[in-house]
Design a protein around this ligand. Sequence first.
Ligand code: FAD
Length: 333
Amino acid sequence: MHKNQPKETTIAIIGAGIAGLSCATRLKALGFQVQLYEKSLGVSGRMSTRNNDHWSGDHGAQYFTARDPLFINQVKEWINAEVAAIWNPRLKVFKANQWQDSTATENRYVGIPAMNSPGKHLAKALPIEFNQTIDRVAYAQNKWQLHSLESGDIHQQFDWLVVALPAPQALALTKSIDKSIEKFTIDANMQGCWTVMASFTDNLNLPFDAAFINNESISWISRNNSKPKRIGLETWVIHCNPTWSQEWIELDKDEAAKRILDCATKLGLDCRTAKISIHRWRYASGHTNPIPVFRLHEDLKLGFCGDWLNGGRVEGAWLSGYQLACQIEKVQK
Ligand SMILES: Cc1cc2nc3c(=O)[nH]c(=O)nc-3n(C[C@H](O)[C@H](O)[C@H](O)COP(=O)(O)OP(=O)(O)OC[C@H]3O[C@@H](n4cnc5c(N)ncnc54)[C@H](O)[C@@H]3O)c2cc1C
């Protein structure tokens, strides 16, 4: 417990993706009383995995890199806890209609046995209420009050509020609180992503495990089973690029799948014998520029964290939550 920290200071955190989890973990270590609210039934948000009886696929983040010393330490801890590992795919690049070997050498990490494992590991030490879609917040008499779609008014009131949601969802929840919120959330310009998972009863024996694709509707394909500790049928994950996805975000799912699989066939990934599952991410990627890391309205005791405030990836999201927690502690002292 931090000596100067009144342990009764309470903080509500909305969203249990990696940013919310990291913020909560740090705040708890600094002596705050935290409470997370998550609309889904599990943690990790876009670091997620779709499971089926016979196959599974990481249909959000594919891997993460670690550059900042703080995050490198966190990844080391995850590796020691056996919830993350290095992934060494045979990696290709498709460019100007040609396949090339990737020359990238940076370590790529994945959660094990699934992408949501690091988040689940963090969540073990945190109080989280699931199936709570926070749809209203209000600040009155120096206290935050929350309302959820599923349970109505949340009984507890809080000294601080942390919003750890994608920019458009953060805006929808807080725009009535302060006018300046609209500008910085819109600047993130978050785009959607169409994702297809294709599972096969036989291995395809393609000459690569993952590939970056240029100038096609598809931008990435990967063999999920090439990641460590995956079991089940051979499953390929296909992501479309942000521009194409955003343009066609309202397509009917069957029509989107048809167009994506036509492109996959052109790239040599023939999915005619595969079982297909499709997911529409409405807010997949995007970030503000320049990068503020997090945002804190000290007068309102209101903070924002998430990937979109810090470069738009897993590492940025984790750091955004961590740094926001450190700043709250400084202000609170
Ligand atoms: C298709 C795709 C591919 C990606 N690939 C990569 C990659 O290869 N490498 C990489 O580093 N990053 C990748 N990313 C980005 C990475 O997943 C994100 O940067 C990171 O997971 C964001 O974490 P976050 O905590 O900021 O947000 P999120 O993970 O979105 O967490 C927000 C949480 O808030 C919850 N929530 C939303 N609204 C409410 C509400 N009203 N009340 C309560 N809870 C709510 C959500 O359910 C979610 O759990 C990818 C993302 C997608 C979608």
